[in-house]
Design a protein around this ligand. Structure first.
Ligand SMILES: Cc1ncc(COP(=O)(O)O)c(C=O)c1O
Length: 385
């Protein structure tokens, strides 16, 4: 089956001759077993609320079908998908290689939390080649983490090359696949051991709940992820699993529309004299564009714009005149957003040298004319000093 079909048919309830189209919410802590033998059934059956009910299994099955994995498990947030997927493979004395373009809380988890438990991190250039990674590998490197493209600065990473070097040195590759929504990129097919998502973004798609997904490439990896989540005591509410699966049923149409609107915005913004450069993987000037062309089948709605230097007062007028764009973190919902980001504060292996502000846009599903009118108004306000 193709992806557009998988996300419609996977995870449907099929235990009764007549059943609802989508999996309803099944809330539970205690599960009652009809017989002692049922009680002895293995970890994959439904045994206790924290380990998931049919609502969770339905979402896991659907995400797994889309990611092309062996097994998917849920986490209570995208950030916990990142942290649990690292914790599953490290112990005191180990070493992690983390992309320098990582989502900042993932970076902080390495710098602060892992460090306290004796796990060291080296940050690496997101544009690293196989040889660069091979040179950074240590005998105790257990995880090489990629986020492609970086969700703030949009460098596209060479996952197959990174996998080659990581596997040669005995490390697993964990990929944050949130930008592609599991739809435009398949890290597991590219060789990654884990593909995770902040399902909070495109899978949920409606900016109203947080969920993480962790997809393992094979049984051995799946077991490690399962035990990490189990021992951390992770739990996703059945209502949130339901919302995520409900959102996911329309992922294909939403992703196409986000892509289309982002392209139209990029085209419009490229012509503005206030803009220094665009950070969008489908743009020829984006670092890693050739890799995006090779490894992705499309692009989502999240991209960056570097403006020519402006004063803070000018920038404030720009933001304060929005009537449509929201000023808000997160992305992947149906709405357009714009935030001022500071990549210069989140780098150690590389530097961010653009003097102008970096704006991160999320192209929502609105009409493109209304979006560009809103931006036009904002640029006009910015110029009125
Ligand atoms: C790339 C990426 N990964 C992970 C996360 C964390 O997701 P959540 O907010 O669901 O914890 C985010 C959130 O913005 C993100 O952008």
């Amino acid at each position: 089956m193709k992806d557009n079909t998988k996300i419609v048919v996977a995870g449907r309830p099929h235990q009764r001759p007549a059943h609802p189209v989508n999996q309803p919410v099944e809330r539970a802590s205690t599960i009652l077993f009809p017989t002692y033998d049922d009680y002895l059934a293995g970890a994959k059956s439904i045994t206790y609320g924290r380990l998931g009910t049919s609502s969770h299994r339905a979402l896991e099955e659907t995400v797994n079908a889309l990611e092309g994995g062996y097994e998917t498990r849920l986490a209570p947030s995208g950030l916990q998908a990142c942290t649990a997927a690292i914790l599953a493979f490290v112990a005191a004395g180990d070493h992690v290689l983390m992309t320098d373009a990582a989502y900042d809380p993932t970076r902080k988890f390495c710098e602060k939390f892992l460090k306290r438990f004796g796990v060291e991190t080296t940050f690496y250039d997101p544009l690293a080649t196989a040889q660069d990674i091979a040179e950074l590998m240590q005998s105790n490197t257990k995880v090489v983490f990629v986020e492609s493209p970086g969700s703030l600065t949009f460098e596209v990473q060479d996952i197959p090359a990174i996998v080659e070097a990581a596997h040669a040195g005995g490390a697993v590759v964990v990929a944050d696949n949130t930008w592609a929504g599991g739809y435009f990129c398949k890290p597991i097919a590219l060789g990654a051991d884990v593909s995770l998502q902040a399902a909070t973004k495109y899978i949920v798609g409606h900016a109203d709940c947080l969920v993480g997904t962790i997809t393992a490439a094979n049984e051995k990896i799946a077991q490690k992820i399962y035990y990490a989540l189990l021992q951390l005591g992770s739990n996703v509410s059945a209502d949130d699993a339901y919302l995520a699966l409900r959102g996911m049923r329309t992922l294909s149409v939403r992703m196409k529309r986000h892509e289309e609107n982002a392209h139209a915005l990029v085209k419009w913004l490229s012509k503005r004299s206030e803009v220094e450069r665009i950070l969008h993987p489908a743009n020829k000037t984006c670092p890693g564009h050739a890799i995006w062309k090779r490894d992705f089948t499309g692009s989502s709605g999240l991209f960056g714009v570097v403006l020519k230097p402006v004063s803070l007062a000018d920038l404030k007028r720009f933001f304060n005149s929005f009537k449509l764009f929201g000023i808000g973190f997160s992305w992947g919902g149906f709405e357009s957003l714009c935030v001022h980001m500071h990549p210069e504060h989140n780098r150690t292996a590389t530097s961010w040298d653009d003097p102008g502000p970096v704006l991160r846009f999320h192209a929502g599903l609105e009409d493109i004319d209304d979006m560009t009118n809103d931006l036009d108004r904002a640029f006009t306000a910015m110029a009125q000093s």
